[in-house]
Write a protein that binds this ligand. Structure first.
Ligand code: ADP
Length: 267
């Protein structure tokens, strides 16, 4: 990757200047586990700088879609393209280079942040850019320190993950993803493992990233948060997108009975 940060720029700013071109195109995505089709013909687009939120009942395929976008799972059919470039066609054999291309474009923040327990906060952030992207250690450290400071973790740089609160650990997980300078951030229920009083501090960081212009796809049950940050909400049920629209459209005037029932059960 060759994203240069603007000199003196805000470390929370996304790598490329935000514009509204389509960054991600997903078409006809399918994924089976055995005989169980868990993603069943999913199509959507994400423009640069846009925040797309995936909602829906547990088991409706949202996480699997994220994992297919990031190359953690290989879809069985469908296409994924970035920046209108050539699509990776899952109906054909997916090469190692395709998989690598997917991994390089996005960074995923998990429900359980998957931090390295025996490395310090700073080492956790520096590891990815240095080992996966070949960034020089000095540059990686400088960027990591700036990012940690921006999310209020500057003084924790030499602490170990177990010394952090759950909310601090998740903020560190987010910083680790940002340090990779991906085009796209993927969040898989980033607050669902947190105690309720810690949810707000993590959502505040996500909101700030949205305002900075990051392109994000977020799986969450936090509908009031989705209402504030989402440009588009996709409602999933049984592996398919049943309804899509702005938060206002989906939450206040859902067209489908299944969407209405889901929204009513949460709001
Ligand atoms: P959601 O994120 O909407 O809760 P998931 O994408 O996690 O849904 O799961 C969709 C379905 O796929 C569920 O029925 C789940 O049990 C199944 N599933 C997910 N991952 C695997 C796996 N690695 N092996 C088998 N089944 C899986």
């Amino acid at each position: 990757m060759s994203h240069d940060e603007p000199a003196g720029g805000d470390p929370l700013a996304p790598p490329a200047a935000a514009d509204d071109r389509v960054l991600l195109t997903v078409g006809g995505l399918e994924k089976n586990f055995g005989t169980n089709r868990v993603v069943d013909g999913v199509d959507f687009e994400v423009r640069r700088g846009e925040v797309v939120v995936l909602i829906g009942p547990s088991g409706s395929g949202k996480t699997t879609v994220l994992r297919c976008l990031n190359g953690l799972e290989i879809a069985d059919a469908g296409r994924v393209a970035f920046d209108g470039g050539p699509a990776i066609d899952f109906g054909r054999r997916v090469s190692k280079a395709d998989r690598r291309a997917l991994r390089d474009r996005s960074a995923m923040v998990f429900q359980h942040h998957n931090l390295f327990p025996h490395r310090t906060v700073l080492q956790n952030v520096v590891e990815g850019p240095v080992h996966a992207h070949g960034v020089g250690r000095g540059e990686a450290v400088a960027r990591a320190e700036a990012l940690l400071a921006r999310v209020g973790l500057g003084e924790k740089r030499n602490a170990y993950p177990f010394e952090l609160s759950g909310g601090q650990q998740q903020r560190l997980g987010i910083v680790r993803a940002l340090a990779l300078q991906p085009d796209l951030l993927l969040f898989d229920e980033p607050t669902s493992a947190l105690d309720p009083e810690l949810v707000g501090e993590v959502l505040a960081v996500l909101k700030e990233l949205a305002e900075e212009g990051w392109t994000m796809v977020i799986v969450t049950h936090e509908l009031s948060f989705a209402r504030k940050v989402a440009d588009e909400v996709l409602f999933f049920d049984r592996g398919a997108i049943v309804e899509r629209g702005t938060p206002g459209e989906l939450f206040t005037r859902p067209q489908h009975e299944r969407t209405r029932r889901f929204v009513d059960s949460i709001l």
